[in-house]
Design a protein around this ligand. Structure first.
Ligand code: F6R
Length: 359
């Protein structure tokens, strides 16, 4: 039920702080230990490489998951688009472990890969929002997203829930491996901080609504840019905007700008930069200068540590590896408002279905 909300998408964006809190309750014991099946952790610890397989928004959550697995738990992780993997599989390591990310648990492209993986006898985990869905039933292990039903076609709370569950899995795996840095990472506290930060962001909708009006109401195209983990967010932000507003949007690595895309920048082109990493902040800032000089309308979403005067959205502080959980929120709101301002039904974008059960 959407209750007082005009659209499910807005309701689901607003539910994200609550989903983070639910996940802390569902996955952490009072003493801080994590409720994840020892068999799953054991199977994971036998693997020499992880293969994350997903489509669309779930694929983008996987890109963030790779950062978490590699940076925190030091295990090589590849992320694959399911429809590509199915017909053009990569060379596998000796002991692969597969992770399927799927909100619906019914995506045909992902299922096809799982069927192949099962035929080869490899272990797998499905992370899904829907208990007893096909990919839940067919994988060796399952972790649930506990996000509540997601009705709007454009996925929002399932994306952040996927990242949070991946972080919890990384924490449990890293602890089982005895990694000191992982033991010291107080994830339950960090996710609570994330929930509070998300609340601040969803309470400040007015700012984003205004930027959407100024930058996106009539534009033909738009660009998101970022580096590292912010690049992963830029890709999801672009998908969100294009699917509900029909603005042609691209999310790309900001260093790539000068290698081609900058040719598309003209007077009034919207460029939205996500800047959270102090190591690359100056580089991305100089990319925004390059587009400003060509007349672009620039919006900057930055984390507090690297914020500058004039940035439209400054994110509350959280562990840098969890920054996507916050930086995505203003971009979800931008997509939402752009769609409404252009007069569309944001919950039911044209040509799209909530669960894609055909290949
Ligand atoms: C985008 C969107 C789609 C899905 C994709 C995978 O907002 O909803 O890109 O993310 O079709 O769906 P699931 O996660 O159900 O496998």
């Amino acid at each position: 039920q959407k209750g007082a909300y005009p659209y499910y998408m807005l309701k689901e964006i607003d539910e994200q702080p609550g989903v983070m809190r639910t996940l802390v309750q569902e996955y952490f014991n009072e003493d801080g230990s994590i409720k994840i099946d020892a068999d799953l952790l054991n199977a994971l610890s036998q693997a020499d490489r992880l293969y994350v397989v997903a489509a669309g928004t779930s694929y983008h959550a996987g890109l963030v998951g790779k950062e978490l697995f590699e940076k925190l738990a030091k295990i090589p992780t590849e992320v694959h688009v399911a429809s590509e993997f199915a017909y053009n599989p990569p060379l596998l390591s000796e002991k692969p472990f597969f992770i399927f990310l799927t909100q619906s648990g019914e995506t045909a492209d992902s299922r096809q890969v799982l069927t192949q993986v099962n035929a080869q006898g490899y272990p797998s985990l499905t992370i899904t929002n829907v208990k007893a869905s096909t990919l839940d039933r067919e994988a060796t292990y399952t972790l649930l997203l506990h996000a509540g039903p997601e009705i709007a076609v454009a996925s929002t709370k399932a994306y952040t829930a996927q990242i949070a569950v991946l972080a919890i899995l990384v924490k449990a795996y890293g602890e089982a491996k005895g990694l000191q840095a992982v033991k010291e990472f107080d994830l339950a506290a960090e996710l609570t901080k994330v929930a509070n930060g998300m609340q601040e962001l969803v309470d400040e909708k007015g700012t984003v609504e205004k930027v959407a009006k100024e930058m996106l109401e009539t534009t033909r195209n738009a660009f998101y840019l970022g580096r590292g983990i912010d690049y992963a967010v830029a890709q999801e932000a672009a998908l969100k905007l294009k699917e509900v507003s029909y603005i042609q949007t691209e999310g790309f690595a900001s260093g790539e700008l000068k290698h081609g895309t900058i040719a598309l920048i003209e007077e009034g082109t919207p460029v939205i930069a996500v800047i959270t990493n102090p190591k690359t902040a100056t580089h991305t800032r100089s990319n925004t200068q390059e587009v400003l000089a060509r007349g672009a309308n620039v919006m900057i979403i930055s984390s507090r540590g690297v914020a500058q005067e004039g940035d439209q959205v400054v994110l509350p502080d959280v562990n840098p590896l969890l920054s996507p959980l916050l930086s995505i929120v203003p971009t979800q709101l931008l997509a939402y408002y752009a769609s409404l301002q252009r007069g569309y039904d944001v919950d039911k974008p044209r040509n799209l279905a909530k669960s894609v059960t055909v290949e």
